[in-house]
Design a protein. Structure first.
Length: 114
């Protein structure tokens, strides 16, 4: 998969996720008892699963980037490092793609998530 298509897809997934939260916020203003709904959750999960297969994401780095790092917004230097202590940047979909590509080139690369 080309990097440009990967980045475009990750940006679309992020946009759908943000729209879902905005929709929930609007409904909560109308009815404070509204517990929330996930109008795109199945589509988002499916798109992420397809991306993982297409780029051979062996370590679920897409899931970590999307959910733990909130699409890179919660990234801080040092939150992901190689086993030798090298800081791995993971704040953009471009950096995510590069990390997965590097892992696929160096099948023995291991990372430590703190």
């Amino acid at each position: 998969m080309k990097k440009e298509l990967f980045v475009k897809t990750m940006n679309k997934i992020q946009s759908l996720n943000e729209e879902q939260y905005e929709f929930n916020d609007m409904l909560k203003k109308i009815d404070p008892e509204f517990g929330g709904g996930y109008i795109y959750s199945k589509a988002i999960d499916f798109m992420i699963d397809v991306l993982k297969e297409l780029v051979n994401d062996k370590y679920d780095e897409i899931g970590y980037y999307a959910w733990e790092l909130d699409f890179g917004k919660s990234y801080k230097d040092g939150c992901i490092t190689s086993l030798d202590g090298e800081v791995i940047k993971l704040s953009t979909p471009e950096e995510l793609y590069d990390l997965i590509e590097k892992d696929n080139e160096e099948t023995t690369t291991e990372v430590e998530i703190i």
